[in-house]
Design a protein around this ligand. Sequence first.
Ligand code: IMP
Length: 427
Amino acid sequence: MAVVAVIGAQWGDEGKGKIVDMLAEKAKYVVRFSGGDNAGHTVVNPLGEFKLRLTPSGIFYPGTISVIGNGVVVNPRVLLEEMDHLNGRGVDTSRLYISDRAHLIMPYHILFDGLEEEARGGRAIGTTHKGIGPAYTDKVSRTGIRVGDLLDRELFREKLTAALDYKNRILTRVYDKDPLSLDDIYNEYCGYADRLVKHISDTTIMLAEAIQRHEPVLLEGAQGVLLDPDFGTYPYTTSSSPLAANACLGAGLGPGQLTHVLGIFKSFQTRVGTGPMPTELKDATGEAIRQRGQEFGTVTGRPRRCGWFDAVAARFSHRVNSYTSVAITRLDVLDALPRLKICVGYKLDKRTIDYFPAGIPALEKCRPVYEELPGWQQNTDGARRFEELPGPAQRYVARLEELIGCPASLISVGRSREQTIVRKSVF
Ligand code: IMP
């Protein structure tokens, strides 16, 4: 039995799409367990380049079953657009299943995401405006509508009526906006239901049976650990947990069933949206990394903030996830740099600390303590074995492993599947 969770170990955008795509070849099931279409996974395969937002990356393999788990929030319009796009490019989506327990993103969630961000003014989170936060808010406050509710039109209308009654009062009285029409949303979502009905299922049964048959299962993370509502830079976080523990919860598995937790680290640091980022580089080096790595958001196109690898945050990420091994991605992006820095501690007031503080005011005051290493100034994109990397690149990776406290099973040196050094198989 192998149940592997792939976890974004920093602020998201670590290059999970490529790693999941590679591992998906060996998996029978690929399961998304958190987030929604705020995620953007870029996959480059023989069919071309794909930017997936909701569909699990296993969709490209004919023998693999893709599952959108109960922990995901689903915008059915976006999902159907994505399925149509995939079909149009020759990808079969008939093996995609959506948990009946997953929550729906409704038009008012998207509206409120924008209105709430506006109301935050200078304290805006910089959300992706996809309605993610408001949809999870409704889930927790028990006013959400689930994918399975679409199967019972009467129940769906009843729940939508109750939700809209309340949402429209806020829209009109707090935000001075026009109310939303019950019939318009009902008809729109019934149209989606007609198309999605054959994909909706109790996916926990499917996964339990797969595990009983010893079939390999891949749990595909979205976002990253530092965007976790508990362990991330709260409130500058997303609204569902990207952690390994939630991989079980969001897929409907028991924690004892996980056999490998793979943490994905970029060989440097990036972040989109607001919130503290101690190693951010606002200079020419940051810009050089952004341009060379084409570090722009998959979903929003926003330039990503770039900086040196933060080993304090990385150790913390390992502590709250217990990675079995890690993947180091985008090593080739650093190829041209003459010297590299790794943050090994923070200066906070007059002290040096080696932990990631919980509070924003403390994190904002943290100044990185750097260790410097020589660069390699050679191309690494052709390396297929660790020994083929230039000496300084090998030492850089070894130092990251040492600082994180976990061995690197995979090293990625380019966008295509082949541009990967596999040191140890996770399946
Ligand atoms: P939300 O998830 O749209 O509510 O956005 C909350 C925060 O998470 C913002 O800072 C977003 O930029 C960030 N975020 C959400 N999804 C991703 C992702 O897939 N990659 C990187 N950052 C993300």
